[in-house]
Design a protein around this ligand. Structure first.
Ligand SMILES: NC(=O)c1ccc[n+]([C@@H]2O[C@H](COP(=O)([O-])OP(=O)(O)OC[C@H]3O[C@@H](n4cnc5c(N)ncnc54)[C@H](O)[C@@H]3O)[C@@H](O)[C@H]2O)c1
Length: 387
């Protein structure tokens, strides 16, 4: 008989992230067999019962709910996983924490800093385990970048540069709001590319390079009005279609960030580059198993950018997968976050980023939007170092 401890999951939201998380829960026992905890797919919640049942059948959930409040009220659920649009995160997370459940919440933490702060207060008051799915930290090449920076190989860091580029909203006839297009509706999403895409870049940046002190931003909404799917009326578009900002990091380096959904040809191009006095690093989501590294101390005739294929067992997470030379994918970042969450339950430590740490990313997002609307520099107020 297994002596594993069960972690009974209640998942809310059966869309894109519902699938990545469910895959994570299912794969972890196979690839991280030493963990004491094993996830049990106890219940899944969608408002439409047929959809919930189909999802439960596909992924192996034992039961379904159509009201997330009922899921939270159940005493056979240990952890609530929030995979719903941003306008629901605060209400669900706060209710789950008050019910004594662990909470795993998708990013961004919430629509606004104020909502996010309430969520932090709720999980801290309840003393429940919590984490936010900033999954890019757990792509092995990105985790390796963190280790290289911590080793001091880059020396003093001067520049941090990140882009997150897409092109799916260029068509002016694309409606806004409702199922599938909630990201276009500011009242649901909170913001456009800033909260959706730059939040990822900011989380990775502060994890790798420390706090962002202040920001100066420009945003643009290229298509000003779109048909709203729920009201059937043409309504003003409230989201930022594109955002560029520059900033100072606490360590003295300069940051430059750009995100748009109007970069024709780019579907999800997340890239970052970090330039230090001695070495530089760059990474590209489209080639996620590779980390590029330039070391100025290399012999001059051989010096150049090397492309590290991060698939060796000595590299982060890769001892859990295949044999050296064989790559893994996007979905593995979520499997790794599940594994790290289960590990944190064993050790009693945090599974980073916690709500409190993800709040720091919200502070930067809020400062970016305020800077753009006031056309001035804004202090971020970031005070927790999330490195
Ligand atoms: N970590 C990442 O890289 C990443 C990637 C994509 C999305 N996200 C985040 O994940 C969250 C979900 O995004 P998505 O792409 O999966 O969206 P999605 O539209 O694919 O799925 C959301 C699902 O939630 C359901 N839903 C809405 N309100 C609900 C409610 N009250 N009760 C139950 N179900 C409800 C919808 O019907 C839909 O099935 C968002 O916060 C988003 O920002 C994170």
């Amino acid at each position: 008989m297994s002596n594993k401890k069960e972690l009974r999951i209640g998942l809310i939201g059966c869309g894109f992230m519902g699938r990545t998380h469910s895959n994570g829960y299912r794969r972890v026992p196979n690839f991280f067999p030493a963990l004491q905890y094993t996830p049990v797919l106890q219940a899944v919640c969608a408002r439409n019962e047929a959809k919930a049942r189909a999802f439960a059948d596909q992924w192996g959930y034992a039961s379904v709910e159509t009201d997330w409040k009922k899921l939270i009220a159940r005493d056979d659920i240990d952890a609530v996983d929030i995979c719903t649009p941003n306008d629901t995160h605060a209400e669900i997370a706060i209710a789950a924490a008050e019910a004594g459940k662990m909470v795993l919440c998708e990013k961004p933490l919430a629509r606004t800093l104020a909502e996010s702060q309430e969520m932090v207060d709720a999980v801290e008051k309840a003393g429940v385990a919590n984490t936010v799915w900033y999954n890019y930290r757990r792509i092995p090449a990105v985790t390796l970048a963190k280790k290289i920076i911590e080793s001091g190989k880059l020396g003093q860091i001067y520049h941090y540069r990140a882009n997150f580029l897409q092109d799916w909203t260029i068509n002016a006839n694309l409606p806004q709001g409702g199922e599938g297009l909630w990201r276009m509706d500011a009242s649901v999403a909170g913001s456009g590319v800033t909260g959706d895409l730059l939040a990822h870049c900011i989380d990775t940046a502060m994890w790798l390079n420390g706090s962002i002190k202040d920001v100066s931003a420009v945003t643009e909404t290229f298509v000003k009005e779109r048909m709203h799917q729920l009201t059937g009326k043409v309504e003003k578009v409230g989201i930022d279609d594109a955002c560029v900002f520059h900033c100072h990091f606490e360590n003295g380096s300069l940051g430059l960030f750009e995100s748009t959904r109007y970069a024709r040809g780019h579907k999800a191009l997340y890239t970052f580059e970090i330039n230090g006095a001695n070495a530089s690093i760059r990474w590209d989501l489209h080639d996620l198993n590779r980390l590029e590294f330039f070391d100025n101390s290399d012999e001059s005739t051989l010096r150049g950018w090397r492309s590290i294929h991060v698939t060796d067992g000595e590299q982060p997470y890769m001892d859990k997968w295949w044999v050296p030379g064989l790559g893994i994918g996007y979905e593995h970042s979520f499997i790794h976050q599940v594994a790290d969450f289960l590990q944190s339950l064993e050790t009693g430590g945090p599974c980073k980023p916690t709500f409190k740490e993800a709040l720091e990313t919200q502070k930067v997002c809020e400062a970016v939007l305020e800077s753009a609307s006031s056309k001035s520099w804004k202090d971020t107020g970031v005070n927790v170092c999330i490195k």
